[in-house]
Unconditional design. Structure first.
Length: 175
């Protein structure tokens, strides 16, 4: 779980090139405001940071970030999986937005109440976000995170309700 009063703005991915840059999975609606040279992020795990942005660029739609003191591929690789955190007060309120850390571990059921699994991740995509659901048998399902397929999220019950079209949950099963 993230540190109190913070939220995840990005997750560090793989290194890019030899000079310490990394790809990031963006978890904020305002990356152009958030990712600026000199910005400092708390991290999860805490021991990886704080991290100060030295460089920012976008390459083929992917943000590439470089951090002060991380100037080679090995240093960049050591950051893989690190979450960049920002104070809650910095993010504008958006009633329709969900943060991954709010959804992780929530039970996932169908509209009839039958169990599908639990939320394992939220993948933010340019066109449409995807909810990753881990089933009891260990499979990972990707469900488009749209109101038509995810009509209800009950924060109090920590439950996500799915209304998938026929066959969606069987995609990826071995035949």
């Amino acid at each position: 779980m993230s540190q109190p009063d913070t939220y995840v703005v990005a997750r560090v991915g793989k290194p890019h090139g030899l000079r310490g840059e990394v790809t990031v999975q963006v978890h904020t609606d305002e990356p152009e405001r958030r990712f600026v040279t000199g910005a400092v992020f708390a991290t999860e795990p805490e021991g990886a940071g704080p991290l100060e942005l030295a460089t920012v660029r976008v390459h083929q739609g992917t943000y590439l970030l470089g951090f002060v003191g991380h100037t080679d591929r090995n240093a960049a690789e050591a950051l893989r999986g690190t979450r960049l955190l920002a104070p809650d007060a910095d993010e504008p309120d958006d009633e329709d937005a969900w943060r991954e850390e709010d959804l992780l571990g929530m039970g996932v059921v169908l509209t009839d109440g039958s169990t599908v699994g639990e939320v394992a991740a939220l993948h933010l995509r340019e066109v449409q976000d995807l909810l990753e659901v881990r089933t009891p048998d260990g499979r990972d399902l990707l469900v488009p995170f749209v109101e038509e397929l995810v009509p209800e999220i009950d924060e109090d019950a920590r439950r996500v309700v799915l209304d998938p079209p026929p066959g969606l949950l069987e995609l990826g099963e071995e035949q």
